[in-house]
Design a protein around this ligand. Structure first.
Ligand SMILES: *Cc1c(COP(=O)(O)O)cnc(C)c1O
Length: 232
């Protein structure tokens, strides 16, 4: 395979085909789960290649890098959709609300309040997912399952935030499927329809277990540049 254009176009086709097959296996409709191409730490050339291949749904884990990637491109593609999939600091909420269509990483009360204020100020409509730390790892973002209900009460009831789904990043060294199943169960219990789970190594499991979004980076774009921010 030769140009980045051909490479990325064929990667997108292949991932999409695998996703469709996993959905079919699980008896889910083919449009039940969308592919988020995770463009963090990727050169703009590869992002343009994905756009040229017709892809319009992207994920970024850092607000500043996302602005670098998307500030210029955003105006050129009306149906572009951007998901924030990395932790959000309250001092970046203004920029995040201005740029993203979905913020997947709400995980604390203070951030919920900051989002409410900023949504009112900017009069933007977007969707919010709550990140759940299903493995209860101390270094990882997300609410632990036992605290989900309290955060949901605050965000959805008290602040009337548009919370529509849950997101998780399972522990690296464990099988992911039980974490996906837990996230799906929590979403059902709380009447949330969107589930963002699954990455390059496990997106088919996630699709079988109810994901409505899978987040695939290296499987679409190839290896990330380790010197760029957010490469981990
Ligand atoms: C980087 C990242 C991904 C994509 O990871 P790959 O293994 O490259 O597919 C998905 N989700 C989150 C939250 C990420 O930070």
């Amino acid at each position: 395979m030769n140009s980045p254009q051909e490479q990325i176009s064929s990667n997108l086709d292949r991932v999409q085909r695998r996703l469709s097959r996993a959905l079919r296996d699980a008896g889910r409709p083919e449009d039940a789960c969308q592919l988020i191409a995770v463009s963090k730490s990727q050169p703009t050339e590869r992002i343009r290649a994905a756009l040229q291949a017709g892809h319009r749904l992207f994920g970024e884990n850092r607000v500043q890098e996302a602005e670098l990637h998307w500030a210029d491109l955003r105006g050129k593609y009306a149906n572009l959709r951007l998901h924030l999939i990395g932790g959000l600091q309250t001092n970046k909420v203004r920029h995040a609300v201005a740029l993203f269509n979905v913020i997947e990483t709400l995980d604390r009360a203070r951030l919920a309040r900051a989002l409410r204020r900023e949504l009112d100020k900017q009069e933007r409509s977007l969707e919010i997912f709550i990140q759940v730390n299903t493995g209860e790892e101390p270094q990882k973002g997300g609410v632990v399952p036992g605290e989900l209900e309290a955060l949901l009460d605050l965000a959805r009831e008290e602040l009337a935030l548009p919370v529509t789904g849950l997101m998780c990043i399972p522990p690296f060294e464990e099988p992911a499927a039980p974490h996906f199943a837990l996230l799906a169960k929590l979403a059902r219990r709380h009447g949330l329809t969107e589930l963002s789970m699954g990455m390059t190594s496990d997106f088919e499991d996630a699709a079988r277990l109810g994901a409505t979004y899978v987040r695939v980076g290296t499987g679409v774009f190839g290896p990330r540049d380790q010197n760029r921010p957010g490469a981990a």
